[in-house]
Design a protein around this ligand. Structure first.
Ligand SMILES: Nc1ncnc2c1ncn2[C@@H]1O[C@H](COP(=O)(O)OP(=O)(O)OP(=O)(O)O)[C@@H](O)[C@H]1O
Ligand SMILES: [Mg+2]
Length: 183
């Protein structure tokens, strides 16, 4: 169920302080997690970086499956825990699905993930990173999405962004007074 927008918060008082926008949404079941993924897949432009975090089994892959369905990717999507990166190129835009679970933070740089958001060799697409907590230097334009279990068996998603373009995007994803079954 779409719930309240938690609001924007100005962190710090000096001139360099960042403005972080945070949005929360309750996802009572896996189908709603997929619907949130579909909505992100619909609205995120190529070049979007989605930093997924949350415990084992919190629903990160389920969300990416929703993104894949929305982009028209027929191939089954599962956590790339061992392959680290799966590339799906058959959809409306490329989907790059990364899982950093098995890596230490200092090993992540060897994957050169920056190629996916700034590289000339990689077609711009949507980069979704599970266990993104392991990244030492995520791009400031990234959208963070944290999943946590809530009572009743569902999940709560907390989405944050710092840059204006991504904040506007999250307002569209979560805002607009959308009902749960419209996600
Ligand atoms: N909102 C939800 N409410 C209840 N169950 C959910 C919800 N979203 C996903 N699930 C279920 O949680 C289980 C684990 O989901 P998933 O594999 O997506 O987690 P994950 O975060 O990718 O795990 P891992 O860290 O191991 O990769 C699945 O059975 C899925 O159907
Ligand atoms: Mg997973």
């Amino acid at each position: 169920m779409l719930s309240n927008v938690l609001g924007k918060e100005i962190l710090g008082e000096d001139a360099l302080a960042s403005s972080v926008a945070e949005f929360g949404v309750d996802l009572p079941d896996a189908a709603t997690t997929q619907r949130l993924g579909r909505r992100l897949g619909q609205l995120c432009p190529p070049g979007t970086v989605l930093l997924l975090s949350g415990d084992l089994g919190s629903g990160k892959t389920t969300l990416v499956q929703g993104i894949g369905a929305c982009l028209g990717i027929a191939e089954p999507i599962s956590s790339p825990t061992f392959t680290l990166i799966n590339e799906y190129l058959e959809g409306r835009i490329p989907l790059y699905h990364v899982d950093l679970y098995r890596l230490e933070p200092e090993q992540v740089s060897s994957l050169e993930l920056e190629n996916y958001w700034g590289g000339a060799e990689t077609a711009p697409g949507l980069l979704a990173i599970e266990w993104s907590e392991r990244m030492l230097e995520p791009p400031p334009s990234a959208i963070c999405l944290r999943l946590e279990a809530i009572s009743g068996g569902g999940r709560r998603a907390t989405l944050t962004a710092v840059e204006e373009e991504q904040i506007a995007l999250l307002e569209k994803v979560i805002g607009d007074g959308l009902l749960a079954d419209e996600i």
